[in-house]
Design a protein. Structure first.
Length: 94
């Protein structure tokens, strides 16, 4: 069992490294999603757009864990995008 895990980690270290770093980024992004302070609308839109490109690249390279974590990251950025848009829309109606 242990040798299988080690063999898997050696063969897929890029996938594990990218997925782990994106997981940490996802956790770091949660206070922005849940809190009052939000990034700019352009930041959210641009980040979401480039994440789509990254996800496509991860899938074509069979980096399944990295693609999954990047997809979660995309969902968080789209959530922020909607939050910022709704906030700006509500402020412009005042």
């Amino acid at each position: 069992m242990f040798s299988y895990m080690m063999e898997y980690m050696i063969e897929h270290w890029q996938d594990i490294a990218l997925a782990t770093s994106t997981l940490v980024f996802n956790i770091a992004l949660l206070p922005s999603v849940l809190g009052k302070h939000k990034p700019a609308l352009g930041t959210c839109a641009l980040t979401a757009t480039f994440l789509i490109v990254n996800i496509a690249a991860y899938f074509t390279l069979s980096l399944w864990y990295a693609a999954t974590m990047a997809s979660i990251n995309l969902c968080l950025w789209v959530t922020l995008l909607i939050q910022v848009y709704m906030r700006q829309r509500a402020q412009s109606k005042r």
